[in-house]
Design a binder for this molecule. Structure first.
Ligand code: F0G
Length: 462
């Protein structure tokens, strides 16, 4: 397999490296790396519907996987090297009831449920690809920093395949219990550092550089190759029609970056005839991208990004002691490592960035759950973002919109129960510190004596 290579995204550098190397940044200039392909020497299908046929052959694990069914679009590994645990069996649901609540016309809103992956989040799309590369280079130990889902995903791949040991770094007190319980259950060595995700990621990068440990965060360009498949499945769910908008929560900006690359490639290969617009939604308490793009007017600028501006932003953030803070703990990130790639995605897709408050996030999460399959708080940011963009007139009622619901509803049950409860102490502890003072979609349990009359009264059949 020689038609794939690693390539620096900095146009002034563009250094290339073999796929057999383990790199998370360009050794020459420090920029992020892409996996690039010599498409002219690869068999590229003439249309996306080619991939539909693969499903007929689903007894082959590679054709069953919702990532590797599309392997011709991420051809960096030989088939016998691919590590798959059946990821990517996700679903695109049209949801008119929720659409109406967002001011959308019938047939316009679609929800892409990535929580249906084996570890309950979109991360498995990327982890299957990172695990494949880890196997290609003979790694025996892997690691990641995580707000929870990456660690759950890495741990499940290590646990199911037995190919490598895994170490996960999490910030103390910053991880939802559903996710922490997965890492522990799947047997990951779990290091809880005193600090937040940004600290944990900086530390694990340093450790992986000094020791033979394979890093599985989204600075790993192979991981993002797997995450491109989310876009392929959205298109598949729409009968290969391109939506008008894709809305995604923004944390470390791996998904946004992968989506931009997927769409850029599909367009260049002639497999789609137009590129949808991308909306990246930050939590207001972790809104680096929103601030840099909308306040500081940072742009991709053909790869010549204003690094002085970015440096100044981070040093002001450090000097004022500002840390990321949001109930959507998955996206509680202030130093998104894929910033430059996300700027490229915004450029390619005519994208927009918004940030939404915790009140908007958790109300939207509850609205999704009451009208759909449910998701975790970070994913609620998509519907909060859609409502905002509708109000601003950026998205029209008839636009076809796909919201990526990145994580399963059961990832963070504590917060869900607090929202639905009418216990003022629980509200004061869990919600008020984040500025959440109302719970309009609450569905509180009714406490009654274990007695028929009281129960019937509570049910409303008296
Ligand atoms: N949604 C969920 C449920 C997540 O877990 C994450 C990231 C995001 C959105 C943001 O995605 O980083 O690609 O912009 N979670 C990481 C983790 C950081 O460690 O699990 P992104």
């Amino acid at each position: 397999m020689t038609f794939a290579f690693q390539e620096c995204i900095n146009p002034a550098c563009k250094s290339t490296f073999d796929v057999g190397q383990v790199l998370t940044s360009c050794p020459n200039c420090g920029s992020l790396l892409d996996i690039s392909y010599d498409w002219n020497r690869l068999p590229v299908p003439s249309s996306m519907s080619f991939f539909q046929e693969r499903w007929n052959n689903r007894l082959n694990p590679l054709d069953y996987s919702g990532v590797w069914r599309f392997r011709d679009l991420l051809p960096f590994a030989d088939d016998d090297q691919i590590v798959t645990i059946g990821e990517g069996q996700t679903l695109l649901q049209k949801n008119d009831r929720l659409g109406a609540l967002c001011g959308m016309k019938a047939g316009s809103l679609y929800l892409q449920y990535e929580g249906l992956n084996p570890s309950g989040s979109f991360k498995d799309n990327g982890m299957t690809a990172a695990s494949t590369h880890a196997r290609m280079v003979g790694a025996t130990m892997t690691a990641c920093a995580s707000t929870g889902n990456t660690s759950a995903s890495l741990a499940i791949y290590a646990g199911v395949t037995g190919l490598f040991r895994c170490i996960v770094f999490v910030g103390s007190g910053k991880i939802a219990y559903g996710k922490l319980s997965q890492a522990l259950d799947y047997g990951a060595k779990t290091i809880q550092i005193r600090g937040d995700f940004d600290d944990a990621l900086a530390r694990v990068r340093e450790i992986c550089e000094k020791h033979p440990i394979y890093l599985c965060n989204s600075v790993n360009p192979f991981r993002l190759e797997g995450q491109k498949s989310i876009i392929y499945r959205v298109l598949e769910g729409l009968g290969w029609q391109v939506p008008d908008w894709i809305i995604v929560p923004g944390g470390n900006l791996g998904n946004s970056s992968a989506f931009g690359k997927a769409l850029m490639e599909l367009s260049a290969l002639g497999l789609i005839d137009r590129i949808p617009r991308l909306a990246i939604i930050n939590a207001a308490g972790a809104s680096t991208l929103d601030s840099l793009v909308n306040d500081e007017e940072l742009v991709w600028n053909r790869g010549v990004t204003n690094s002085t501006l970015i440096g100044q932003y981070y040093s002001e953030m450090d000097q004022s002691g500002r840390r990321a803070l949001t109930l959507a703990s998955a996206i509680e990130i202030n130093r998104p490592v894929n910033l430059e790639k996300a700027l490229r995605a915004l450029d390619v897709c005519g994208g927009v960035v918004r940030s939404v408050s915790d009140q908007e996030i958790i109300d939207s999460r509850a609205m999704i759950a009451a009208n759909g399959f449910g998701c975790e708080p970070a994913s609620g940011a998509t519907i909060a973002g859609l409502r905002m963009l509708r109000e601003q007139g950026v998205i029209s009622s008839g636009d076809r919109v796909a919201c990526i619901l990145t994580g399963h509803q059961l990832k963070d049950p504590d917060l869900t129960v607090a929202y639905h409860s009418n216990n003022p102490e629980l509200h004061a502890k869990k919600l008020h510190p984040s500025g959440v003072f109302s719970t309009p979609f609450a569905n509180a349990p009714i406490v009654v004596d274990n007695e028929e009359a009281a129960i019937l009264q509570a049910i409303g059949i008296v």
